[in-house]
Design a protein around this ligand. Structure first.
Ligand SMILES: [Zn+2]
Ligand SMILES: [Zn+2]
Length: 176
């Protein structure tokens, strides 16, 4: 009696003609927030000469990554992200302006926050969104504190603990 031939594929046959999985995530989605942030400007710390208060990992500056709003979305807080995405869907954003990471300080309790500055305008030039830093303790919007990049100082900054203005600022690393 003849043996019935076994049906089998040649080695590797199963893979022939396979196409890339369309559901595979795009490469950019895998880039972590930390890696993105490290490209975005100066990274430094502030140290108070009087009370030894130290605020580490402060970021400032604008980089090429802030060229479009989708890049900025990565670093906004969840609430702001939702607002900006909604404005995008409604096609209300005409232009945007970002100073990148900035320091905000409460003029009452001197608490600090380091967030990404962003302003959005509609086609009439009206501001439709502005990133804000809110001090819960004082129910007060923190002020934007400009830095003096030429002299590498932040002239108006106060120590959040002892309120002295004699702060030492050191750059941790510079993006290249
Ligand atoms: Zn405050
Ligand atoms: Zn101090």
């Amino acid at each position: 009696m003849e043996k019935r031939p076994t049906l089998r594929f040649l080695a590797g046959r199963e893979d022939a003609g396979s196409t890339p999985d369309p559901a595979a995530p795009k490469q950019l989605d895998k880039i972590s927030k930390e890696i993105l942030e490290s490209f975005m400007g100066l990274n430094y710390f502030i140290k108070c000469q009087k009370c030894n208060y130290k605020f580490e990992k402060i970021k400032t500056g604008v980089s090429f990554l802030f060229g479009n709003i989708d890049d900025i979305l990565y670093v906004l807080n969840d609430n702001d992200k939702k607002i900006v995405q909604l404005l995008q869907q409604q096609n209300k954003i005409h232009t945007h302006y970002s100073k990148g990471y900035s320091i905000y300080q409460c003029n009452n309790c001197y608490s600090l926050e380091n967030i990404c500055h962003l302003m959005l305008y509609d086609k009439y030039g009206n501001i439709i969104f502005r990133s804000e830093s809110y001090c819960n303790q004082c129910q007060n919007l923190r002020d934007y504190i400009p830095e003096d990049n030429n002299n590498k100082i932040i002239p108006d900054l106060h120590c959040p603990i002892c309120h002295n203005q004699d702060l030492e600022i050191d750059v941790v690393n510079l993006w290249d």
